[in-house]
Ligand binder design. Sequence first.
Ligand code: GSH
Length: 294
Amino acid sequence: MSAPCTMTVQHRSLRSVQSLSLSLAQLIEATASQTPEAERLSKRYLFSTFLMASVGPFSFVKEVLPLPLNSTSPPPRLFDGTTRLYLAYVCPYAQRIWITRNYKGLEEKIELVAIDLRDRPAWYKEIYPENKVPSLEHNSQVKGGSLNLIKFINTHFGGPILLPDDPGKQTFAEELLSYSDYFTKTVFASVLSKEDYISNDAVAALDKLEESLSKFEDGPFFLGQVFSLADIAYAPFVERYLIFLNDMKKYDITKGRPKLTLWIKELNKIEAYTATKRDPQELLTHTKRKFGLA
Ligand SMILES: N[C@@H](CCC(=O)N[C@@H](CS)C(=O)NCC(=O)O)C(=O)O
């Protein structure tokens, strides 16, 4: 028999484990009544105790990711009241929403629906005419645009708030969110370029991140100690540029950038983020194939 502690359990199954759990007080009360119900509860208690011991602390349990849907897959039960995040696991824009969902503890409230972008289901274009990921099905509407979606989830769902009250920090967060498009495009242009070095504009964009990370001295994140939407907007892209530029241009984006180095280290302590990371080789292979890079 394989060791039970190596089991990977879906969140939904986890809920079942939790719902099976009984407090000892409930058990004692039931046993005193000596009824068949008491016997049932005592069996349930033993079983749940066994399960809890088997799966270990909840934070170590990984979500099982659904397989991507392709042109042969039927749609989910659209507009049935379920909130769904349509994503591709390798898409950095989608990763922004995925991190936000995880950080706010919304795994049970926002279902992941993976789309195979190379063989997209026809029904996807019907519900989201842009035919891109990410999109969010919520309250009978499908919305897109990753920056809008992280803000929407932050304000319309429960869980930790990902923007501080401080107006100065809020303004700075907005500036960073607006700048993220220029950053991602400028650095990615160097990934795609035929030159074996990165452009001055890309170096300046990376330096701007380093400088932005120095604005609030009280912590490793863009807005100081608190992890925020600003960090989420950049994390998937910095993750990729670190890998791609190292491999293709022999350029280490962390070299001479201590704040960026620390930021990456701190990000990697956040499970909501690390759970969304893909294997670096998979990202590299996917990008090289998609953009015809050697
Ligand atoms: N501006 C969009 C960009 C989304 C996007 O470009 N997604 C890519 C995958 S990473 C996509 O769906 N591409 C499919 C296509 O362009 O046909 C956002 O922020 O969400």
